[in-house]
Design a protein around this ligand. Structure first.
Ligand code: ZN
Length: 106
């Protein structure tokens, strides 16, 4: 059984020091909460230290959030370069298909 605490009237909870120590969470840290299930399958609140890092390289500096994930500036540049290349490939394929349709119609 876990540690038992009572929520106060403002829905606040003091997290015991031993829980903070075990999870590496310190006062002032950003934490993330979500609903999961305990081992019996009942709804449970999960909490973990939020450690934002680049999705691709793990860097923690200069992050930009994209759909709840983070990407650093360098990886953003790489992704944009790759996407431009992919767009060019798709556009070339579309132009080729369009030209073939024109030939077939003409
Ligand atoms: Zn990165």
């Amino acid at each position: 059984m876990g540690l038992i605490r009572v929520l106060d009237r403002q829905r606040r909870l003091i997290i015991p020091k031993e829980v903070l120590k075990a999870t590496g969470i310190e006062p002032g840290d950003m934490v993330e909460l979500w609903v999961g299930q305990n081992t019996e399958g009942s709804p449970a609140v999960m909490l973990c230290k939020r450690q934002d890092a680049c999705l691709f390289c793990g860097s923690t500096g200069g992050l930009v959030g994209v759909q709840e994930k983070f990407i650093c500036a360098e990886c953003t540049r790489s992704a944009v370069y790759a996407l431009k290349g992919a767009l060019n490939v798709h556009q070339t394929a579309l132009n080729t298909a369009s030209n073939l349709e024109d030939l077939e119609e003409g």
